[in-house]
Design a protein around this ligand. Structure first.
Ligand code: PMP
Length: 305
């Protein structure tokens, strides 16, 4: 990843990709206190456009606020930085990674001279899963790792350190032949995937966990908008893993995963064992929206040029 051409925005400037380096004593590298976003740009007929840019920037600032990291740039500057990395790297479709982190100004938990640094990189990252996964759905296992508890880490922050939990769960799932993990909260109710929110459908009603211990997903909110348009009722409630087993349809949502059908959980087939019809509808609406093919959702897109 590090040895390539291109430009990365670092602390207010576009620098050559290979020079965008930090010291080994970078505080965030040691303790995980930092926050980031995963954002995506898609090709539209008017050029590359970032999907829900302002929402991602707003969440980054909310994360920083929760972690008490003072952002050294205005939101508008962060929006411009994100547009710049896509534009200046000549990308048509891209995954963007804005991140705020503590530098190497001090070490130890008590360091009080730390500076918040900010970076944004963008690169081509066409598909998170295999193309077949979007049609056939994926195999998921309930994780042996519990999702964060609201008073152990701050679940509303997209914090770097939180992803130890996600990686442990995902690696466990991948090693056991599944494609993603489903994490339960500390009371045993369904929370989310390693990097996705979850929805299930039963008898025409859609259910998704309350936001207690899962991330306030931007794709999740997009699905709420679509559901309203289709007249599908969405209920936010506690969900048990066996409710997922007996769902008619289930799918994950996330900026990277997009709208991803789940065909199996813990070796139990879900519904027909393939992408369900309502999931397919949401997928179509989602891809049409991100690619600028839905007039009514054009305001979700920010052109990079
Ligand atoms: N949950 C977790 C833990 C995530 O990392 C993500 C990805 N940011 C999501 C849910 C989905 O959020 P979004 O739709 O905003 O990408």
């Amino acid at each position: 990843m590090a040895d390539r051409d291109g430009l990365i925005w670092l602390d207010g400037e576009l620098v050559p990709w290979r020079d965008a380096k930090v010291h080994v004593l970078t505080h965030t590298l040691h303790y995980g206190m930092g926050c980031f976003e995963g954002v995506r740009a898609y090709e539209t007929d008017q050029g590359a456009a970032i999907f829900k840019l302002q929402e991602h920037t707003d969440r980054l600032y909310r994360s920083a606020h929760i972690l008490q990291m003072a952002m050294p740039f205005e939101k508008d500057e962060m929006n411009e930085a994100q547009r710049a990395v896509v534009r200046e790297n000549n990308l048509h479709e891209a995954y963007l990674r804005p991140m705020a982190f503590y530098g190497s100004e001090g070490m130890g938990l008590r360091a009080d001279n730390l500076k918040v640094h900010v970076m944004v990189a963008a690169w081509e990252w066409p598909s998170y899963m295999s193309p077949e996964a979007k049609e056939k759905g994926i195999k998921v296992r309930t994780s042996s790792y519990t999702r964060h508890h609201v008073n152990i880490s701050m679940c509303k922050a997209k914090a770097n350190g939180h992803y130890i939990n996600s990686m442990l769960a995902l690696n466990e799932a991948l090693k056991s032949g599944c494609e993603e993990a489903l994490l339960l909260d500390n009371e045993g109710y369904v929370a989310e995937g390693s990097g996705e929110n979850i929805f299930i459908l039963r008898d025409g009603v859609m259910y998704t966990p309350e936001l207690t211990s899962c991330l306030d997903g931007i794709t999740r909110k997009t699905i709420f908008t679509f559901a309203e348009e289709l007249g599908v009722k969405v209920v936010e409630k506690r969900i048990t893993r066996d409710e997922v087993y007996v769902a008619d349809e289930a799918f994950f949502t996330g900026t990277a995963a997009e709208v991803l059908p789940i065909r199996e959980l813990d070796s139990r087939q879900i519904g027909s064992g393939a992408r369900g019809p309502i999931t397919e509808k949401f997928q179509t609406m989602y891809f049409d929206a991100v690619k600028g093919r839905r007039e009514q959702n054009k305001e979700w897109l920010t052109l990079v040029k």
